[in-house]
Design a binder for this molecule. Structure first.
Ligand code: NAD
Length: 241
């Protein structure tokens, strides 16, 4: 990861934070795009002697994302990798789902991936690069109460494969990770009974840790993943196989 610059969207907490910290641990510099403060991630990355830039930007805002990406290139010299990780939920059964629940989840989770990828690809055309999109088990197998979220995450899979086909010849690899249930603020919202039931249903008998996703993100963007593109890799303790 030496001499690499990776943008991690939603890097202030949860899975994004674990990815940013693990990549820094491996020697890479980081730029975080988030709508909330990322002080803990920034401090952790800098404590490892790596550079960390923070951009307060809504990934769904195409113009703001373009400006933020240009700033990263100006300040850090290049963009080697992009981790499209920012995401939200707004769960309801379909009959109760409001238009705004649908629109906002699609805007952040799917349009956000479009905005960030489009903005970095321009720079990666000259240098090559690697993009990892964080989809979800919900996008692969569906989930009651998450029609909006599952649609956004399934959309990411089609997007990943299309962009991998478009830019493979330019040395740009694009892959997706579909995490199962990972312990973060997003899953804290579930009650204890649901978490227990979930753990029982998982062959490995536990929820995942954010770093379980970080290990694979590192593998994919590093030289170890150099012949992998257009893939969707499940990391879910065997819940879906
Ligand atoms: P989280 O809520 O802990 O972190 C999400 C981060 O994204 C936060 O820092 C948040 O501020 C940021 N974010 C939200 N909206 C944004 C926006 N418009 N612009 C920029 N940043 C924004 O969630 P997490 O569990 O760490 O999830 C990270 C990703 O992994 C998400 O895409 C999520 O859908 C996906 N995922 C999570 C799980 C899980 O079990 N936790 C499972 C499958 C997929």
């Amino acid at each position: 990861m030496k001499d690499t610059v990776t943008i991690v969207t939603g890097g202030s907490q949860g899975i994004g934070r674990a990815i940013a910290e693990f990549l820094a641990h491996k020697g890479g510099d980081i730029a975080i795009f988030d709508v909330i403060d990322g002080d803990e991630t920034i401090a952790a990355v800098r404590n490892m002697g790596r550079k960390c830039m923070f951009c307060r930007v809504d990934v769904a805002d195409l113009q703001a994302v373009g400006e933020a990406v240009d700033n990263v290139v100006k300040e850090m010299g290049k963009i080697s990798n992009l981790i499209n990780n920012a995401g939200i939920t707004s769960d309801r059964l379909l009959l109760r789902m409001k238009e705004e629940d649908w629109d906002r989840v699609i805007q952040v989770n799917l349009k956000g991936v479009f905005s960030c990828t489009k903005a970095v690809i321009r720079h990666m055309l000259k240098t090559g690069g690697s993009i990892v999109n964080i989809s979800s088990i919900a996008g692969v197998m569906g989930n009651a109460g998450q029609a909006n979220y599952a649609a956004s995450k399934a959309g990411i899979i089609g997007f990943t494969k299309s962009v991998a086909r478009e830019y493979g010849e330019r040395g740009i690899r694009v892959n997706a990770i579909a995490p199962g249930f990972i312990k973060t603020k997003m899953t804290d919202a579930l009650d204890d009974k649901t978490k227990e039931e979930m753990s029982r249903a998982i062959p490995l008998k536990r929820l995942g840790e954010p770093v379980d996703i970080a290990y694979l993100a590192y593998f994919l963007i590093s030289g170890y993943g150099s012949y992998i593109t257009g893939e969707v890799i499940n990391v879910n303790g065997g819940l879906y196989m």
